[in-house]
Design a binder for this molecule. Structure first.
Ligand code: AMP
Ligand code: MG
Length: 533
């Protein structure tokens, strides 16, 4: 049979993961411990009635799929797991991890089924993975499926993050399966039937810190070495052949990439919500969009994850520290092989230094300033969190509006606050004293602009390119979900499209840039999410 041009069958599959690494010898699909292997072969579950809800034309292009192919039934069937294309070799990978600070042992792809890796026309390697495609040997007590609400959130957010310039896995497609999935959303005995869905995720690789932790915990040093060698060759080919030196260089790069990723999260106000080591990608990509959220009002102690409500380990302001802790767990796994602790410690120190450099650079740019190690500049940056908590302040609107401030020194308080009106949740409640602190800070900022070497035009351009107008606000995602559950996908498509251009003001789209409405303040899905998905 001839392949349709631009279809999956015309892509070049080159499945190195399954070709080079040891497989679980057991082929039955039941839950088990899988020692001494990196993956188990498993087929996606065949679903009842798949319907394609959305796809990313960008990712179609990257893979070399024809845009028109998305409308074919074949694309939907493959994206739902009902059909495999020529060259696909499906499997679930085996990893372990630390969850909420505790060793959790073997976890693995409990509901992710990898389809294989393609080499695109530029020679770039892209791995494809269906999330929610049914049980695997790693499903433990769960069912292997995913529901519409969490799949909409993963699909929209991973693409939104990419367009914001945040390192992330991508999403090719979102399909509903026609299956009914029982879920106890808040673990309170209230089980509801929800529509099943599958997202196809795409990334150069899906290797997690937990893959290495798993092999170190098994004291399987030959396999740990083999997998590091594999990772160096395919994910970090510029570093050279495996040795203690290249392992140290590699870990340093993982530290740097992780620092950059977290600095970007802080820049756009993203809270991952479940920064367990099994949810940390070795490539420094944001992975596993679960109970994540976006800061509406700036609050460093906020976490969207109700499962973490007590300790708030994964709160916004703690993310840089947690990433460091996660890297330490990875360092320990790698040191099991190299026996050298010092280079690992040096890389961990490098993380802290690099995070600080990335973050202060990004924050400076958000404010329209050049970063410098100058003490006065650094002190000014350190004052920003306090400024944002004087009154309840919408982080996204505040930063975006700063560029509209006229760069002149003799503005009245009213003139200074005018562009920032929308950033405050209760402007009428701001006291004279609070107002004085805010306007004082704004006057200092304008003074710094005047001292800087940047022209006003260049500064405004720079600020607008780093302070998004549109982010995936929690309440917007929930509205999309409410509509999608009623069969209305118009807002899904509209928001998806707006979020491909988050730094450009788009005509007629102001409703996607509005601060959280009052009804959403305490509504489930808008400010509180559980791990149930
Ligand atoms: P997460 O908190 O989403 O990172 O998931 C932690 C572990 O639980 C991973 O091994 C997941 O694959 C697994 N998991 C989460 N949800 C499900 C599910 N519905 N079915 C099977 N495994 C799941
Ligand atoms: Mg996970």
């Amino acid at each position: 049979m001839n392949s349709v041009p631009g279809s999956f069958d015309t892509l070049t599959f080159d499945n190195r993961f399954t070709a080079e690494l040891p497989a679980d010898p057991v082929l039955e699909n039941h839950c088990r411990q899988v020692p001494g292997a990196l993956f188990s072969r498993v087929k996606p579950y065949k679903v009842n009635q798949p319907v394609l809800l959305a796809y990313s034309s960008d990712v179609m292009d990257i893979l070399g799929l024809d845009q028109g192919y998305a409308a074919s039934g074949e694309f939907t069937q493959i994206m739902a797991g009902n059909r495999l294309a020529k060259g696909m070799d499906p499997y679930a990978s085996c990893y372990a991890g630390h969850q909420f600070g505790n060793w959790a042992g073997q976890l693995g792809d409990g509901r992710a089924i990898n389809l294989g890796e393609i080499l695109n026309s530029q020679g770039a390697r892209w791995a494809l993975q269906l999330k929610g495609a049914g049980p695997t040997p790693y499903s433990r007590q769960a069912d292997g499926f995913a529901v519409l609400r969490s799949s909409v959130r993963e699909f929209l957010c991973s693409e939104a993050m990419f367009h914001l310039g945040v390192p992330t896995t991508r999403a090719l497609s979102l399909v509903t399966t026609g299956e009914a999935i029982p879920r106890d959303m808040f673990y309170d005995g209230n089980v509801k039937s929800e529509p099943g869905a599958v997202v196809c995720r795409v990334a150069p690789s899906f290797t997690r810190f937990g893959h290495f932790e798993n092999l170190a915990a098994q004291h399987n040093l030959p396999l740990l070495k083999q997998f590091i060698d594999y990772t160096l060759r395919f994910d970090f080919p510029h570093l050279g052949a495996i040795s203690n030196e290249t392992i140290a260089l590699w870990f340093t790069e993982v530290c740097e990439r992780t620092a950059e990723m977290v600095a970007h999260w802080m820049r756009v106000g993203f809270v991952h919500g479940v920064m367990n080591t099994d949810n940390m990608a070795i490539l420094g990509l944001t992975i596993d969009y679960g109970p994540y959220g976006w800061l509406d009002s700036y609050d460093p102690d906020w976490t969207p994850n109700t499962t973490d409500a007590q300790n708030k380990r994964y709160r916004y302001g703690n993310q840089p520290t947690v990433a460091h802790w996660n890297l330490l767990q990875l360092a320990q796994a790698l040191a099991a092989l190299t026996g050298e602790v010092e280079p690992m410690q040096a890389a961990l120190d490098r993380y802290a230094e690099h995070f600080q450099a990335c973050w202060t650079t990004m924050l400076s740019i958000k404010l329209g300033l050049e970063n410098s190690s100058d003490k006065a500049h650094q002190t000014f940056l350190q004052g920003v969190p306090d400024l944002l908590q004087i009154a309840e302040t919408d982080m996204t609107i505040f930063f975006r509006s700063l560029a509209q401030l006229p760069p002149v020194s003799d503005l009245s308080d009213e003139q200074l606050l005018e562009p920032l009106q929308d950033a405050y949740y209760a402007p009428e409640a701001i006291t004279v004293e609070q107002r004085g602190r805010i306007t004082g800070w704004l006057r200092t900022l304008i003074g710094l602009w005047k001292q800087s070497g940047m022209t006003d035009e260049a500064r405004v351009k720079l600020m607008n390119a780093h302070n998004p107008k549109y982010v995936l606000r929690n309440y917007l995602a929930q509205q999309v979900i409410d509509k999608a559950e009623q069969g209305d996908y118009s807002m899904l498509h509209d928001l998806q499209s707006v979020l491909t251009n988050p730094y450009e003001t788009q005509a007629g789209k102001s409703r996607f840039a509005e601060k959280r409405p009052d009804w959403a303040r305490h509504r489930a899905g808008c400010s509180m999410l559980s791990c149930s998905s």
